[in-house]
Design a protein around this ligand. Sequence first.
Ligand code: SAH
Length: 394
Amino acid sequence: MKKIVLKPGREKSLKRHHPWIFSGAINPVKVPLEMGETVEIVNSHGEFLARAACSPKSQIFARVWSFNKNEEITPEFLRRRLENALSRRLRIAQKTSAFRVVFSESDGLPGVIVDKYDSYLVVQLLTAGAEYWKETIFSLLEEVVPCDGIYERSDADVREKEGLPKRAGLVLGKQPPEYIEIHENECRFLVDVCSGHKTGFYIDQRENRRILIDYVKGAELLNCFSYTGGFGICALHYGAEKVANIDSSAQALRLVDKIVELNGMKPENVENVEGNVFQLLREYRQQGRDFDVIVLDPPKFIESAGQVKKAGRAYKDINMLAMQLLRPGGFLFTFSCSGLLAPELFQKIVAYAALDAGKNIHIIRRLAQAEDHPVALNFPEAGYLKGLLCQAAD
Ligand code: SAH
């Protein structure tokens, strides 16, 4: 196996079992490397540190498979990791028919995302290492996770940073139906795994939708960045009077109508507005509209560290507007799924938003991603979704 030698003093993060090796930390590599092949990482004295998959085109030069010298990277190794990931989710599988089976580095499988929707698996392979093992991973998944079909959605932009082409399509078994029906928190949803966002549904918000239940009885809810209506459907099921969903995707909103019907809800209680949240919230403010509960779940505004400042202004803007539309005593569920935005900074931005809105706002709960998206302690970057449940205090 080819050896990659770290520059002197660059092994600290690996000693803490952080799984990334940046290209700046290694000595120039003289041998040609295949995309995703397994390499041995050694320190400047030649001592073993880890076995890793190399991504020669990425700034993250390699991602660790194992820190154990005795562990070879083989199909058997991958099987153990997949089985472990699944066994950790058996409890969740009892509660919902849609959950994340494999969450990348947190499950010891960098670049591998597997979501289960009813009897179908949807897979994203996002790194050169995951790609290198793709045939093995697919056939192991078929054995380890009983399913009717495996559909691949390796069409995320991050593949480009790895020098990988985008790819999507059926891999094994049966083609999933146009919409897969799943259940979550006693609600039924339809998931378009072939052309929906990411793998089709934002399962990472499951527990926050559950928390929402306590705040919606009799409420009028504004669900900003609604996608296919996740928070809105849940709110209606648990007693909200009216829901307005805003999203820029007409396709997502069309699916809301179908999901409303599937749940036997009254369409007249649901207003779907196709448009830009930044603009519409201003219009609502002008019209004097207000709400009991507002959800702000924007897409990732920050892709690289350089974007934090600009994104901060965007977060502040929508939060300020939402606070101005909140009735006294009302609740704001505000989120950021940008991993590069630290929770402390997010809270500061929300605080500035309150100041500009001229509102006295309390945080009554802190929110995070669902439990099937665990954060391995050696990889804090896995914790990307943060939220604040705020109340308009007067
Ligand atoms: N809350 C949703 C997930 C939101 S994902 C759920 O629980 O399922 C973010 C959504 O924001 C996407 O559906 C995207 O289409 C939408 N979006 C992105 N930019 C937008 C904008 N400026 N105005 C309105 N919607 C936007």
